[in-house]
Design a protein around this ligand. Structure first.
Ligand code: MG
Ligand code: MG
Length: 266
């Protein structure tokens, strides 16, 4: 069942969603080679707690950490540990915060040090595809219009693999609500978009094949061919007019530009 949000609920959600961007920015300022993924997680978790939030992912179906941290060929659902960041890595951070009765959920892929032009392109195209999808998030369109726009920009135009097993979702008082928001599909298919829907739109795009495999840690999902994968996610409210992006990358991008240990990903 799709739950439509009132204007007041949207404004409460916006505060939570904006806090997710601030949590990203807090860690983006500090990312550098030599850090462990656990240190990355701890910065995020502390920021969330200091700002009156609860990490949405911690203990979600038993997930072992506050942050999903997926390196290089890991697509999503990786978790932190003793792994050390090094020059040339890409690291996808997916952060969820529960505050004031609602969840915010936003992912961003960072490049540590300098990365190859091909990986830079993967990040750029994946981020562009997120905005291509958002552009279709308009009352009267359907989920398939968002899905198709993402697939068109990544798989059809650039030959990347769009993961089929993992999709975006509705968002609100629950972390995962209806409807599902795939990153592939047919124009004009699926549920109709209506004012008050909030969607987490999140292309998960592989440089190589679309197939994924599950690591035996029970969580991490990897590309089948071992090539890198990128992930960007915004929470978007459907309105009568333009799509309303509740999350923000502005502070993240400022932090990315200011941090000499990161490559600007667009
Ligand atoms: Mg997420
Ligand atoms: Mg999500």
């Amino acid at each position: 069942m799709i739950l439509y949000k009132t204007t007041a609920e949207i404004e409460t959600m916006r505060d939570t969603c904006l806090l997710v961007g601030k949590a990203h920015a807090a860690v983006a300022k500090q990312l550098k080679p030599g850090m462990t993924t656990m240190q990355v997680n701890d910065i995020v978790e502390q920021f969330i707690l200091d700002n009156g939030g609860i990490p949405s992912f911690k203990n979600y179906h038993g997930f072992p950490a506050a942050t999903c941290i997926s390196m290089n060929e890991a697509v999503v659902h990786g978790f932190p540990g003793s792994h050390i960041l090094k020059e040339g890595d890409i690291i996808s951070l997916d952060i969820g915060i529960y505050k004031n009765g609602f969840h915010g959920d936003s992912a961003y892929t960072y490049a540590i040090g300098s990365i190859s032009d091909e990986v830079k392109k993967l990040l750029k195209i994946t981020k562009e595809s997120l905005y291509a999808g958002i552009e279709k998030a308009r009352q009267g369109n359907r989920i398939g219009d968002i899905a198709h726009a993402i697939q068109e920009h990544t798989e059809i135009k650039h030959g990347y693999g769009v993961v089929r097993e993992l999709v975006g979702h509705g968002l609100g008082r629950d972390l995962h609500e209806d409807p599902q928001v795939p990153n592939y599909g047919k124009k004009g298919s699926g549920p109709k978009l209506k004012e008050g829907m909030v969607l987490a739109i999140e292309p998960m795009i592989n440089m190589g094949v679309k197939e994924v495999v599950h690591l035996d840690d029970g969580w991490t999902i990897l590309t089948k061919d071992g090539k890198p994968s990128a992930h960007f996610e915004h929470d978007v409210c459907i309105t009568k007019g333009n799509p309303d992006i509740l999350t923000s990358f502005e502070e993240i991008e400022n932090a990315e530009r200011a941090n000499p240990n990161l490559t600007w990903s667009y």
